[in-house]
Design a protein around this ligand. Structure first.
Ligand SMILES: Nc1ncnc2c1ncn2[C@@H]1O[C@H](COP(=O)(O)OP(=O)(O)OP(=O)(O)O)[C@@H](O)[C@H]1O
Length: 271
């Protein structure tokens, strides 16, 4: 459903993504895991058609993004890490606006809006102006809008950041259910727990390169480690870190990843 073929992206003289090839089949929940600055958002923007790659190609549902962009983009919904809403629209008006953009017939739009409002528990604030929303309320509204037209592919950048534990639990359950029903889900995260708990397969990216790919057992084999995802991540990234002048992915106290040099020495022994 998602095919990235030898995708690279350069900003000035810096390669943000290098020679990335990856296929995500229909109905898979795929997690793209990497520390800050690894290249996750750049890859996501390329696969949603928001950024042009410097080299390589992307196919969504068999459509080439470069030559059949409209068909490809019709299959995708993208939830960015900073959820955008128009402050002077209510949540309901925003949902209607998105339904109109996708050309949903009025009856269908009304039914779908009612469904997503219930699904994301928007009832209590959907008729308030978005300027009054908290981050979590914004995130839930943007997710609801992203699912309105029933996309085949959902791409979400750090979808759990800023959500409270109950909303995170509900979102995880929903993402699993959507994947079971056939939706292909590509999410980026720098949180190990999310990747380990949720994903069918995990891609580990650092310094723009795909360093590991597979389910946890496959990643363990690649890393020659029988540890948890934290151990596997540290082992897989260690080699790349040496190449990139000694910077190594490190696990922060809250389970997120960082590329801080200072963490390297502390963590190297436990990797
Ligand atoms: N518009 C830009 N111009 C120049 N460099 C950029 C630009 N966007 C990203 N980069 C660089 O490309 C690299 C990859 O960035 P990217 O945002 O894709 O990483 P990320 O894995 O999503 O990080 P984070 O978890 O911090 O969001 C970083 O070194 C970043 O500084």
């Amino acid at each position: 459903m998602i095919e990235l073929l030898r995708v690279s992206k350069r900003y000035g003289d810096k390669w943000a993504v290098q020679d990335l090839s990856l296929t995500v089949p229909r109905g898979e929940l795929f997690a793209f895991l990497g520390p800050n600055g690894a290249g996750k958002t750049t890859t996501i923007k390329i696969l949603c058609g928001l950024l042009l790659p410097t080299a390589g190609s992307v196919r969504i549902g068999g459509y080439d993004l470069a030559t059949q962009g409209e068909e490809a983009r019709r299959l995708i919904s993208y939830v960015p890490d900073q959820p955008f809403l128009y402050d002077k629209l209510t949540g309901r008006e925003f949902l209607q606006f998105i339904a109109d953009l996708y050309g949903l017939p009025a009856d269908h739009a009304r039914d779908r809006m009612a469904e997503v409002i219930q699904l994301f528990r928007l009832e209590d604030f959907v008729d308030d102006l978005a300027e009054r929303y908290s981050h979590g309320m914004r995130q839930r509204t943007v997710f609801a809008a992203a699912l309105l037209h029933q996309p085949q592919v959902l791409v979400a950048d750090e979808p759990t950041v800023g959500l409270d534990p109950k909303s995170i639990r509900e979102l995880k359950t929903l993402l699993r259910r959507l994947a079971r029903e056939g939706m292909t889900i590509f999410l980026s995260t720098h949180t190990l727990d999310i990747a380990e708990e949720l994903a069918d397969r995990i891609g580990i990216i650092d310094h723009g390169r795909l360093l590991g790919l597979g389910n946890l057992d496959e990643l363990r084999r690649q890393a020659a480690s029988d540890g948890d995802l934290e151990d596997v991540f540290l082992k897989i990234t260690a080699e790349a870190a040496e190449e990139a002048s000694g910077v190594q992915g490190a696990i922060m106290a809250d389970g997120t990843l960082s590329s801080e040099r200072t963490q390297k020495a502390e963590r190297a022994g436990g990797a």
